[in-house]
Design a protein. Sequence first.
Length: 135
Amino acid sequence: TTVLEVACRQFLPEDADGDEQGQLVAEAPAPEGFPVSRAIARLPQIRWRMVGELLGRRAVAYDFPGAAGRQATLYVFPAGASEVVRTRPASNPSQATGGVCASVWREGEHLYVFVVRGDARDYRRFIYAPSGPLT
């Protein structure tokens, strides 16, 4: 089981049970050590919540609103030393099944999994395109 698979499974049933609202980032910052990725667009009304442990690691979820409730969730985990994944979210999702798209990447000491309800176009709406020269 990969962190991407676990996050996708976590994302899907949350909506059916009525999301725990979480706290608005603008009103109450998330716990230190669980930052929002620099690669994700900052939108108003983002909420955060603790999700307990996933794969034996504490995680924070940032929920991004959409027209019909939660449209996307960014899961933030401490990264394991042996985890080698891409350093930016993919421009197209790594996984797209059942009306959900997802991608996983690492920034420093943090592992991110971003899950979006919708297709690749919906996913790309949240991702900042890289800027600057290619190296």
